[in-house]
Design a protein around this ligand. Structure first.
Ligand code: ISE
Length: 336
């Protein structure tokens, strides 16, 4: 039977996941949707047979035919939805950040351990991007020698006016925290944030761009330029500097043209476009694993580790200091 998914939160990402599950993914269908804005939820469900519409996430999880939950609501709403899904022993794909702070992440971790099996996958879609996968394999094979540094660029065309300095870390740089942990197989130990003279400061006080530098327990140094109102497009790039060579991804993708004395191509406008294939692969993998009662992607430990790094990042941003990352020991339950 097909896996009936309740999609919680029908914003930009949630609506795209509804379309994906209905049109791209095999073995799953959207059985229920929930959003505080009922009209928005109803619009997403309009052409889907048997899909029920809710404002309450827990009601959506209890709806007929629901066997899994995809959480795409804003970060502060995640903990309650995650705990409710665990209580029902449902497989979950939760968009990042897992939670807004480490205490909440640890409560989720405790609940999953109590349940006794891994149920939650966190939406770090870069792990499913073809170029990231190539880089991960290259680094794991060791042909370039030991990784020493990672240089990362993360640029958005623009963000909503309510975007804050904290969100710059929690929502945006959280991807680099996870990608670095995954690419290197190391934990993050300390974070520092530099704020150059801004190109713009928004009403929320967001100063943009910022430069985040962090260290790993293997001695690798990672730098991230995060520029969320770049005004020119969505770009995610990374360069690994290793003992015997370097490797870069995200430089250019797609069509390149030569005309009128210029060469060039288009820059993706947003993550939905840039990471479309990665999202498709991520959700298909999650569905396939959920139907076997397994979780194969990044889990609660990874979500917690990113949240812990974000907490240090936010303090570093506020104080200008180098802030050590505080984490609990990795429980055996979460393997190595
Ligand atoms: C957004 O939430 C994402 O996850 C995007 O990947 C990131 O580029 C953007 O900055 C975030 O706001």
């Amino acid at each position: 039977a097909q896996l009936g998914v309740a999609v919680i939160g029908i914003g930009k990402m949630g609506a795209d996941h509804v379309r994906r599950i209905e049109e791209v993914i095999s073995g799953a269908r959207v059985a229920a949707v929930a959003d505080p804005d009922r009209d928005r939820a109803a619009a997403a469900a309009a052409r889907i047979e048997g899909c029920t519409v809710h404002t309450d996430p827990v009601a959506a999880m209890a709806a007929p035919g629901v066997g899994a939950v995809l959480i795409a609501s804003p970060g502060p709403a995640h903990e309650a939805a995650l705990l409710a899904a665990l209580e029902r022993d449902l497989p979950v794909l939760c968009e990042k950040p897992l939670t807004p702070d480490a205490e909440a992440a640890l409560r989720v971790l405790a609940a999953e351990r109590k349940l006794g099996r891994r149920r939650i996958q966190v939406g770090f879609m870069r792990r499913y991007d073809a170029e990231y996968i190539q880089l991960a394999r290259l680094l794991a094979d060791g042909d370039l020698g030991r990784p020493l540094m990672l240089h990362c660029r993360h640029r958005n065309l623009s963000v909503h006016p309510y975007f804050t300095n904290e969100m710059l870390i929690n929502d945006s740089v959280s991807h680099e925290f996870d990608a670095a942990r995954w690419l290197l197989g190391e934990e993050i130990t300390a974070v520092r944030v530099y704020r150059p003279t801004p190109a713009s400061v928004t009403d929320t006080g967001l100063s943009d761009p910022q430069f985040v530098v962090f260290e790993t327990d293997g001695g690798v140094v990672v730098d991230v330029e995060i520029f969320v109102n770049s005004g020119f497009g969505y770009q995610v790039q990374a360069e690994a500097v290793c003992a015997h060579g370097t490797a870069r991804i995200g430089e250019a993708h797609g069509l390149l043209t030569n005309t009128a004395g210029r060469w060039g191509g288009a820059i993706a406008p947003d993550f939905i476009t840039r990471f479309a294939d990665a999202y498709d692969r991520e959700v298909q993998d999650w569905v396939d694993a959920a139907r076997r009662d397994e979780v194969t992607g990044p889990g609660v430990w990874d979500g917690y580790a990113a949240v812990a790094a974000c907490a240090a990042g936010i303090e570093a941003q506020r104080t200008g200091r180098r802030v050590p990352v505080e984490m609990i020991e990795r429980p055996a339950f979460y393997g190595r």
